[in-house]
Design a protein around this ligand. Structure first.
Ligand SMILES: C[S@@+](CC[C@H](N)C(=O)[O-])C[C@H]1O[C@@H](n2cnc3c(N)ncnc32)[C@H](O)[C@@H]1O
Length: 278
């Protein structure tokens, strides 16, 4: 943790500190003072198919700055545990990835400082543990009424094994809300056939399924969707510094994806699913 207590800063100092750091999520810390996130998910949150959370025990997997953990708290959860891997070197990297890219992600991650800073600024006491999704174990962390898994599977070499671990910590009457990246072109071209594109070059980006593929990952891991999947776009925030679309790129799938991302947000699908009895 940076050691800076946001509550000790006046508005001007807080604004200046926040502007000097990289953030993943846009969060309002005080009226008019927001973290400039890579993504601003505030318009997405109310549209997701949340189950009733009042009094429930919830888990946020891969929390980053903790936007979704806080959303569950605001929805009345009695307890929210957040887990994450704070050192990006421990994420799933393809062999041969350049250290410059690893270092850039480490700079954005800031050893998880963003989560702690927002937690203090908002006077929240969400517990965060450093734990991989692959190591979720009910003997260690107990079980949960809702497990939120957001924009994580794309970054995993083995997304179905990860979902099996999520099921292991889901109460029999509980649920998982999965909101993950989809390949839009594959979704349009193959509305029924489960199919995924594979990145796996130089960065922790792996499988990007179409919507049918994401549903198949969920069912293969032992979950049953409670309703049809919902397409959502994750809007970029003011801190986004990634590629911007150029007209010359529009002939390629990557260029068209960048255009959709800039206009509407990163294409995702949301699936609320219940664990199938063994
Ligand atoms: C793209 S961010 C998504 C942040 C947030 N979940 C959201 O939906 O906005 C991916 C997050 O997954 C975390 N992560 C990467 N590999 C992980 C793993 N094996 N287990 C748990 N978290 C992981 C990263 O540290 C990062 O916080």
């Amino acid at each position: 943790m940076s050691g800076i207590d946001p509550r000790a800063l006046d508005d001007e100092a807080l604004r200046s500190y926040v502007a000097g750091c990289e953030w993943y999520h846009t969060v309002e810390l005080r009226p008019g003072i927001e973290t400039p996130g890579w993504f601003d998910l505030r318009t997405v949150a109310p549209r997701l198919p949340w189950p009733e959370l009042a009094g429930r025990r919830c888990l946020d997997v891969g929390t980053f700055d903790g936007f979704w953990a806080r959303e569950m708290l605001q929805r009345g959860a009695a307890e929210v545990l957040a887990v994450d891997i704070l050192d990006p070197r421990r994420w799933d990297w393809p062999t041969g990835s350049e250290t410059g890219i690893v270092d850039a992600l480490a700079a954005r991650k800031r050893k998880g400082d963003g989560f702690e800073f927002v937690n203090r600024a908002l006077d929240h006491s969400i517990e965060r543990r450093e734990l991989s999704v692959y190591d979720l174990d009910p003997a260690d962390i107990g079980s949960f009424d809702l497990v939120y898994v957001g924009s994580l599977l794309l970054h995993l070499r083995d997304p179905i094994r990860a979902l099996e671990r999520v099921k292991a910590v889901c109460n029999p009457g509980g649920a998982m809300l999965l909101v993950d990246a989809i390949d839009l072109e594959l979704t349009v071209r193959h509305p029924r056939r489960p199919i995924a594109s594979l990145d796996g070059i130089g960065r922790p980006w792996w499988w990007k399924p179409n919507v049918a593929g994401l549903v198949r990952m969920v069912t293969a891991a032992g979950f049953e969707p409670t309703a049809a999947p919902m397409r959502v776009y994750m809007p970029l925030g003011p801190g986004y510094t990634g590629p911007r679309p150029r007209p010359s790129l529009l002939r390629t799938a990557a260029g068209r994806e960048a255009l959709v991302q800039a206009r509407r947000g990163d294409p995702h699908a949301a699936i609320l699913a219940r664990p199938r009895p063994a």
